[in-house]
Design a binder for this molecule. Structure first.
Ligand code: HEC
Length: 461
């Protein structure tokens, strides 16, 4: 049987991807992971990072941290970006398609959901509202972040310009680890969490992911396919409409006009006009629009088939060190300066994205027991993505410092607090979060910095 799905591939026209139904999977044997699919939910065959992208040893990365070698970390971030955005050929249904490599990675349901039934049904692209922006997990406090449109069922129509969707992706190493250990299963997790006995809080961890685990959080926004769209862009935290509110995308004062292909070029004096090909973009299919409307709509003005999803940012994290490496990329009006060593690897439109690295909690090098935690006498490191975290107001953050802002946040500090089933404390913005922190980890099992793990619900009582 052959199924088809329209799929926009860096082009102004959508391309039909077709594929044959997957061969039935053998039954799982004992505790071993079942044979897992080679394709993701879009039907794309998984492709690992190309060989030229180095996975560094813990010692190498720790040396960069100890020496405050941001230059080396930044080159590494660009290498990851170059590898993730390299165009690869996917043969689907006998036809060849070119997609950026990251699109072939596994979807959250394939990692933190049960193994699929024999014939997996292809699905529309799994756009999700960033849960980070509205924390509603059972047992969690609900956070109404400044930038979050009301979650569904929303009686209020949502303006597509203020709406951002994420399509979290995991590499094979992560998928296999979560599946082999049944980390998709609430009962398994409950058993682990109930079994700690006298184990010190600091040592209550899920099994660490393999060194080559990589996880991504691409962020998309939506623009018209038939009209110019006015979209705010990041130009620094001072460029905001309302200085009393956090500098999140809905509060940015600087705007640009994005012109879809085939439309007349309009100009507004003093405003940049940007063509769509400066973004990685895809044309939305009817199925994707349906999915967006059902899950997050209604949108006013409506999102229609033929409109575009544009990539405005992406978080990238690798487990090269125990605290993971953290880098983020976001669309920039001015093209970034890319280090010569890696310049030729970054192909348009991916050379339109800026980057920032955050490889430690604190800025200063540390010795002895504090080595991997960081020097408590130095200053907290800051690393965030303007399209994701900049909108967080001070109602989002709790220990160790209340009342901080997203523009003071550090990926590592917030992700360290990821635990199952999770505490009711708010998020952490920055600074050292110790693995034995009683506020976050009493009664919980640390999830190795992976927030996606907390989407798995405890078994129903
Ligand atoms: C205030 C807390 C917070 C901060 C700061 C934060 N994140 Fe996250 N992150 C989350 C949560 C919650 C999720 C769960 C998924 C979602 O948002 O839908 C997540 C998801 C992710 C994912 C998807 C994989 C997973 O399951 O965790 C990646 C990759 C990621 N973040 C990277 C980063 C990077 C890189 C930074 C810094 C530039 C960062 N995050 C900053 C809270 C945070």
């Amino acid at each position: 049987m052959t199924r088809c799905l329209t799929y926009g591939v860096l082009a102004t026209v959508s391309v039909a991807l077709c594929w044959t139904a997957l061969v039935p999977l053998p039954a799982p044997a004992g505790d071993k992971a079942p044979e897992l699919p080679q394709t993701n939910l879009l039907g794309l065959a998984y492709q690992p990072l190309p060989k030229w992208v180095p996975f560094e040893s813990k010692d190498t990365v720790q040396k960069w941290i100890d020496e405050n070698d941001t230059k080396a970390m930044t080159v590494h971030a660009w290498q990851l970006w170059g590898g993730l955005t390299e165009m690869v050929t996917e043969k689907v249904g006998g036809e060849e398609h070119r997609v950026p490599l990251f699109e072939t990675w596994f979807d959250p349901d394939q990692v933190f959901g049960p193994p699929p039934p024999p014939a997996q049904k292809p699905e529309p692209r799994q756009f999700k509202r960033p849960r980070q922006l509205f924390r509603t997990q059972p047992g969690h406090l609900r956070l109404l972040a400044a930038e979050a449109p009301t979650p569904p069922p929303a009686p209020e129509p949502v303006d597509p310009i203020s709406f951002r969707a994420v399509t979290v992706k995991y590499n094979r190493e992560m998928r296999d680890h979560a599946q082999a250990n049944k980390y998709y299963d609430g009962a398994t997790l409950q058993k682990i969490n109930d079994g700690w006995g006298k184990t010190p809080i600091a040592d209550r961890n899920l099994k660490p992911y393999p060194d080559r685990a990589v996880m991504l959080k691409p962020v998309f926004q939506f623009i018209s396919g038939t009209e110019a769209t006015l979209l705010p862009y990041w130009a620094g935290p001072d460029k905001r409409i309302d200085q009393t509110k956090p500098p999140g995308p809905n509060n940015w004062s600087e705007k640009m006009l994005i012109i879809p292909p085939g439309q007349p070029k309009v100009a507004i004096r003093g405003m940049p006009t940007i063509s769509l090909d400066r973004f990685y973009h895809m044309k939305l299919t009817a199925a994707e629009v349906d999915y967006l409307n059902k899950n997050f709509g209604p949108f006013t003005p409506p999102i229609s088939a033929g409109d575009y999803a544009i990539l405005t940012g992406m978080h990238v994290s690798t487990r090269e060190i125990d605290n993971w490496t953290w880098q983020t990329f976001w669309w920039s009006l001015n093209k970034p300066v890319i280090p010569d060593a890696v310049k030729s690897r970054i192909q348009p439109p991916f050379d339109n994205y800026e980057t920032q690295v955050g490889y430690s909690f604190m800025t200063g090098p540390a010795a002895g027991a504090a080595k991997t935690d960081g020097n408590p006498n130095s200053l907290p490191l800051v690393c965030y993505n303007p399209y994701l975290e900049a909108g967080f107001g001070n109602n989002v953050f709790d220990p160790p410092f209340k009342n901080q802002l997203g523009i003071e946040s550090n990926c590592m500090s917030c992700h360290r607090a990821a635990a199952w089933p999770g505490s009711t404390a708010l998020y952490v913005s920055n600074g050292l979060v110790k693995p034995g922190d009683p506020v976050f980890f009493t009664g919980n099992t640390k999830a190795d910095f992976v927030w996606g793990q907390t989407n798995v619900n405890p078994p129903k009582k």
